[in-house]
Design a protein. Structure first.
Length: 278
Protein backbone atom coordinates (compact mmCIF):
# COMPACT_ATOMS: atom_id res chain seq x y z
CA UNK A 1 0.00 0.00 0.00
CA UNK A 2 1.34 3.44 -0.86
CA UNK A 3 0.23 7.04 -1.30
CA UNK A 4 0.41 9.32 -4.29
CA UNK A 5 -0.50 12.89 -5.26
CA UNK A 6 -3.71 14.11 -3.57
CA UNK A 7 -3.08 11.46 -0.88
CA UNK A 8 -4.91 8.73 -2.81
CA UNK A 9 -4.30 5.30 -1.32
CA UNK A 10 -3.05 2.64 -3.72
CA UNK A 11 -3.54 -1.02 -2.93
CA UNK A 12 -1.60 -4.15 -3.73
CA UNK A 13 -3.37 -7.09 -5.41
CA UNK A 14 -3.59 -8.91 -2.06
CA UNK A 15 -5.16 -5.85 -0.46
CA UNK A 16 -7.68 -5.63 -3.29
CA UNK A 17 -8.55 -9.29 -2.61
CA UNK A 18 -9.16 -8.37 1.04
CA UNK A 19 -11.45 -5.58 -0.08
CA UNK A 20 -13.31 -8.09 -2.24
CA UNK A 21 -14.11 -10.12 0.90
CA UNK A 22 -15.65 -7.01 2.46
CA UNK A 23 -17.44 -6.30 -0.82
CA UNK A 24 -19.06 -9.73 -0.87
CA UNK A 25 -20.41 -9.16 2.65
CA UNK A 26 -21.93 -5.90 1.41
CA UNK A 27 -23.43 -7.67 -1.62
CA UNK A 28 -24.97 -10.35 0.61
CA UNK A 29 -26.44 -7.76 2.96
CA UNK A 30 -27.98 -5.70 0.18
CA UNK A 31 -29.47 -8.83 -1.40
CA UNK A 32 -30.99 -9.92 1.92
CA UNK A 33 -32.44 -6.47 2.59
CA UNK A 34 -33.84 -6.22 -0.94
CA UNK A 35 -35.70 -9.49 -0.38
CA UNK A 36 -37.00 -8.25 2.98
CA UNK A 37 -38.12 -4.79 1.81
CA UNK A 38 -41.90 -5.32 1.69
CA UNK A 39 -44.88 -3.15 2.69
CA UNK A 40 -45.25 -3.18 6.48
CA UNK A 41 -41.55 -3.79 7.18
CA UNK A 42 -39.74 -1.08 9.13
CA UNK A 43 -36.31 0.25 8.27
CA UNK A 44 -35.26 -0.87 11.77
CA UNK A 45 -36.04 -4.44 10.70
CA UNK A 46 -33.95 -3.99 7.57
CA UNK A 47 -31.09 -2.76 9.75
CA UNK A 48 -31.44 -5.94 11.82
CA UNK A 49 -31.18 -8.03 8.65
CA UNK A 50 -27.90 -6.29 7.83
CA UNK A 51 -26.60 -6.78 11.37
CA UNK A 52 -27.20 -10.52 11.07
CA UNK A 53 -25.26 -10.64 7.79
CA UNK A 54 -22.34 -8.84 9.43
CA UNK A 55 -22.40 -11.18 12.43
CA UNK A 56 -22.54 -14.32 10.29
CA UNK A 57 -19.56 -13.09 8.24
CA UNK A 58 -17.53 -11.97 11.26
CA UNK A 59 -17.43 -8.48 9.73
CA UNK A 60 -17.75 -5.05 11.32
CA UNK A 61 -19.94 -2.14 10.22
CA UNK A 62 -18.51 0.81 8.33
CA UNK A 63 -21.46 2.97 9.37
CA UNK A 64 -22.25 2.23 13.03
CA UNK A 65 -20.88 5.01 15.22
CA UNK A 66 -19.61 7.02 12.25
CA UNK A 67 -18.63 10.50 13.40
CA UNK A 68 -21.45 12.98 13.89
CA UNK A 69 -22.61 14.61 15.95
CA UNK A 70 -24.52 12.52 16.72
CA UNK A 71 -22.68 9.27 15.89
CA UNK A 72 -24.61 7.30 13.27
CA UNK A 73 -26.81 4.73 15.09
CA UNK A 74 -27.39 2.13 12.35
CA UNK A 75 -25.41 -0.26 10.18
CA UNK A 76 -27.38 0.89 7.13
CA UNK A 77 -28.59 4.18 5.73
CA UNK A 78 -32.24 3.82 4.75
CA UNK A 79 -33.44 6.74 2.66
CA UNK A 80 -37.07 6.57 1.58
CA UNK A 81 -38.84 8.55 -1.18
CA UNK A 82 -37.71 12.21 -0.86
CA UNK A 83 -34.77 11.22 1.35
CA UNK A 84 -31.62 11.08 -0.78
CA UNK A 85 -28.95 9.65 1.54
CA UNK A 86 -28.03 9.08 5.20
CA UNK A 87 -31.52 8.19 6.42
CA UNK A 88 -31.54 6.70 9.92
CA UNK A 89 -33.29 3.31 10.31
CA UNK A 90 -36.23 3.45 12.72
CA UNK A 91 -39.07 1.32 14.05
CA UNK A 92 -41.41 4.17 13.10
CA UNK A 93 -40.22 4.31 9.49
CA UNK A 94 -42.45 1.64 7.93
CA UNK A 95 -42.41 0.82 4.24
CA UNK A 96 -45.61 1.25 2.24
CA UNK A 97 -46.69 0.05 -1.17
CA UNK A 98 -45.27 2.36 -3.83
CA UNK A 99 -42.23 3.51 -1.85
CA UNK A 100 -38.78 3.88 -3.30
CA UNK A 101 -36.02 3.25 -0.76
CA UNK A 102 -32.25 3.53 -1.00
CA UNK A 103 -30.33 1.04 1.16
CA UNK A 104 -26.67 1.92 1.72
CA UNK A 105 -24.45 -0.61 3.51
CA UNK A 106 -20.78 -0.87 4.42
CA UNK A 107 -18.68 -3.68 5.90
CA UNK A 108 -15.14 -4.05 7.22
CA UNK A 109 -13.14 -7.28 6.88
CA UNK A 110 -9.53 -7.42 8.12
CA UNK A 111 -9.44 -3.63 8.25
CA UNK A 112 -10.65 -3.12 4.66
CA UNK A 113 -13.96 -1.50 3.72
CA UNK A 114 -16.63 -2.22 1.13
CA UNK A 115 -19.50 0.18 0.42
CA UNK A 116 -22.49 -0.06 -1.92
CA UNK A 117 -26.10 1.00 -2.24
CA UNK A 118 -29.23 -0.08 -4.10
CA UNK A 119 -32.60 1.54 -4.64
CA UNK A 120 -35.49 -0.83 -4.05
CA UNK A 121 -39.06 -0.54 -5.35
CA UNK A 122 -41.50 -1.53 -2.61
CA UNK A 123 -44.61 -3.19 -4.00
CA UNK A 124 -46.16 -1.52 -7.03
CA UNK A 125 -44.34 1.75 -7.72
CA UNK A 126 -45.03 4.40 -10.34
CA UNK A 127 -43.49 4.27 -13.80
CA UNK A 128 -41.71 7.54 -13.02
CA UNK A 129 -40.15 6.02 -9.91
CA UNK A 130 -38.97 2.98 -11.86
CA UNK A 131 -37.53 5.18 -14.59
CA UNK A 132 -35.68 7.25 -11.98
CA UNK A 133 -34.11 4.21 -10.34
CA UNK A 134 -33.23 2.62 -13.68
CA UNK A 135 -31.56 5.83 -14.87
CA UNK A 136 -29.54 6.06 -11.67
CA UNK A 137 -28.40 2.43 -11.88
CA UNK A 138 -27.44 2.86 -15.55
CA UNK A 139 -25.47 6.00 -14.70
CA UNK A 140 -23.63 4.08 -11.99
CA UNK A 141 -22.45 1.44 -14.46
CA UNK A 142 -21.61 4.04 -17.10
CA UNK A 143 -19.52 5.84 -14.48
CA UNK A 144 -17.80 2.62 -13.47
CA UNK A 145 -16.99 1.86 -17.12
CA UNK A 146 -15.17 5.22 -17.31
CA UNK A 147 -12.95 4.43 -14.30
CA UNK A 148 -10.11 2.96 -16.35
CA UNK A 149 -6.39 3.21 -15.73
CA UNK A 150 -4.89 6.02 -17.78
CA UNK A 151 -8.01 8.17 -17.63
CA UNK A 152 -8.77 11.10 -15.36
CA UNK A 153 -11.02 11.30 -12.33
CA UNK A 154 -13.61 13.56 -13.96
CA UNK A 155 -14.05 11.06 -16.79
CA UNK A 156 -16.20 9.24 -14.23
CA UNK A 157 -18.10 12.41 -13.34
CA UNK A 158 -18.76 13.25 -16.97
CA UNK A 159 -19.91 9.71 -17.78
CA UNK A 160 -22.42 9.80 -14.92
CA UNK A 161 -23.74 13.22 -15.96
CA UNK A 162 -24.03 12.28 -19.63
CA UNK A 163 -25.82 9.04 -18.78
CA UNK A 164 -28.35 10.75 -16.52
CA UNK A 165 -29.04 13.54 -18.99
CA UNK A 166 -29.60 11.03 -21.80
CA UNK A 167 -32.18 9.18 -19.70
CA UNK A 168 -34.52 12.06 -18.91
CA UNK A 169 -34.96 15.41 -17.15
CA UNK A 170 -33.63 14.22 -13.79
CA UNK A 171 -31.92 16.35 -11.17
CA UNK A 172 -28.31 15.40 -10.38
CA UNK A 173 -27.65 16.01 -6.68
CA UNK A 174 -24.63 18.31 -6.49
CA UNK A 175 -23.69 18.41 -2.82
CA UNK A 176 -22.71 14.77 -2.49
CA UNK A 177 -20.74 12.21 -4.49
CA UNK A 178 -18.44 9.23 -4.49
CA UNK A 179 -15.10 8.78 -2.78
CA UNK A 180 -11.95 6.78 -2.40
CA UNK A 181 -12.16 3.78 -0.10
CA UNK A 182 -9.77 1.32 1.51
CA UNK A 183 -8.55 1.30 5.11
CA UNK A 184 -11.23 3.95 5.76
CA UNK A 185 -14.69 4.27 4.26
CA UNK A 186 -14.25 7.85 3.04
CA UNK A 187 -10.89 8.74 1.53
CA UNK A 188 -9.50 10.90 -1.26
CA UNK A 189 -10.53 11.56 -3.96
CA UNK A 190 -14.02 13.05 -3.88
CA UNK A 191 -15.91 12.05 -7.04
CA UNK A 192 -18.51 14.48 -8.36
CA UNK A 193 -21.44 13.16 -10.39
CA UNK A 194 -21.13 15.97 -12.94
CA UNK A 195 -18.38 17.85 -14.72
CA UNK A 196 -16.13 18.04 -17.75
CA UNK A 197 -13.91 15.05 -18.61
CA UNK A 198 -10.13 14.91 -18.57
CA UNK A 199 -9.54 16.69 -15.27
CA UNK A 200 -8.31 15.73 -11.83
CA UNK A 201 -5.88 13.00 -10.79
CA UNK A 202 -4.95 10.30 -13.27
CA UNK A 203 -6.57 6.95 -12.61
CA UNK A 204 -3.91 4.33 -11.91
CA UNK A 205 -3.79 0.67 -10.94
CA UNK A 206 -4.41 0.11 -7.24
CA UNK A 207 -7.08 2.76 -6.75
CA UNK A 208 -10.36 1.73 -5.15
CA UNK A 209 -13.31 4.04 -5.67
CA UNK A 210 -16.89 4.14 -4.43
CA UNK A 211 -18.95 5.55 -7.29
CA UNK A 212 -22.46 6.66 -6.33
CA UNK A 213 -24.83 8.73 -8.44
CA UNK A 214 -27.82 10.32 -6.68
CA UNK A 215 -30.61 11.75 -8.80
CA UNK A 216 -34.12 13.10 -8.33
CA UNK A 217 -37.40 13.52 -10.18
CA UNK A 218 -37.23 17.25 -9.53
CA UNK A 219 -34.81 19.72 -8.03
CA UNK A 220 -31.15 18.82 -7.58
CA UNK A 221 -31.08 20.86 -4.37
CA UNK A 222 -31.22 19.23 -0.95
CA UNK A 223 -31.25 20.12 2.72
CA UNK A 224 -30.34 18.25 5.89
CA UNK A 225 -33.04 17.34 8.39
CA UNK A 226 -32.79 18.22 12.11
CA UNK A 227 -31.42 14.74 12.91
CA UNK A 228 -28.15 16.06 11.38
CA UNK A 229 -27.96 13.07 9.05
CA UNK A 230 -30.89 12.64 6.67
CA UNK A 231 -30.56 14.53 3.38
CA UNK A 232 -33.86 15.34 1.64
CA UNK A 233 -34.84 16.97 -1.65
CA UNK A 234 -35.98 20.55 -1.12
CA UNK A 235 -39.08 20.09 -3.29
CA UNK A 236 -40.12 16.71 -1.89
CA UNK A 237 -39.39 14.91 -5.17
CA UNK A 238 -38.40 11.24 -5.24
CA UNK A 239 -34.70 10.37 -5.14
CA UNK A 240 -32.64 7.34 -6.16
CA UNK A 241 -29.12 6.29 -5.13
CA UNK A 242 -26.97 3.44 -6.47
CA UNK A 243 -23.36 2.69 -5.51
CA UNK A 244 -20.55 0.17 -5.98
CA UNK A 245 -16.94 -0.11 -4.87
CA UNK A 246 -14.64 -0.70 -7.86
CA UNK A 247 -10.93 -1.48 -8.08
CA UNK A 248 -8.93 0.06 -10.93
CA UNK A 249 -6.32 -2.41 -12.20
CA UNK A 250 -3.84 -2.37 -15.07
CA UNK A 251 -5.78 -4.98 -17.07
CA UNK A 252 -9.34 -3.88 -16.31
CA UNK A 253 -11.80 -3.29 -13.50
CA UNK A 254 -13.12 -5.40 -10.63
CA UNK A 255 -16.40 -4.33 -9.04
CA UNK A 256 -15.77 -5.53 -5.52
CA UNK A 257 -19.34 -5.18 -4.24
CA UNK A 258 -21.03 -6.89 -7.22
CA UNK A 259 -21.56 -10.62 -6.79
CA UNK A 260 -20.30 -11.32 -10.32
CA UNK A 261 -17.49 -8.80 -10.02
CA UNK A 262 -19.23 -6.62 -12.61
CA UNK A 263 -18.76 -9.08 -15.48
CA UNK A 264 -22.19 -8.69 -17.08
CA UNK A 265 -22.43 -4.90 -16.97
CA UNK A 266 -18.80 -4.34 -17.93
CA UNK A 267 -19.06 -6.78 -20.85
CA UNK A 268 -22.14 -4.94 -22.10
CA UNK A 269 -20.02 -1.78 -22.24
CA UNK A 270 -16.96 -3.42 -23.81
CA UNK A 271 -14.85 -2.98 -20.66
CA UNK A 272 -12.56 -5.82 -19.54
CA UNK A 273 -12.74 -7.31 -16.07
CA UNK A 274 -9.35 -7.77 -14.44
CA UNK A 275 -7.76 -11.21 -14.34
CA UNK A 276 -7.48 -10.62 -10.58
CA UNK A 277 -11.21 -11.40 -10.43
CA UNK A 278 -10.68 -14.96 -11.68
Amino acid sequence: MRRRRDDIQLKTPDQIRSMRRAGLVVAAGLAAMTDAAKPGVSTYELDQVARRVLAEAGAASSFLGYSGPPPFPGVICSSRNANVVHGIPSRDDVLADGDLISLDFGAIVDGWHGDAAVTVAVGAVSTDALALSDACRTALWDGIAAAQAGGRLTDISHAVQTSVQSSGPFGIVTGYGGHGIGTAMHMDPHILNHGKPGRGPQLVAGMALAIEPMITLGSAHTHQLPDNWTVETVDGSLAAHWEHTVAVLSDGLWVLTAEDGGRAELAARGVPISALAD
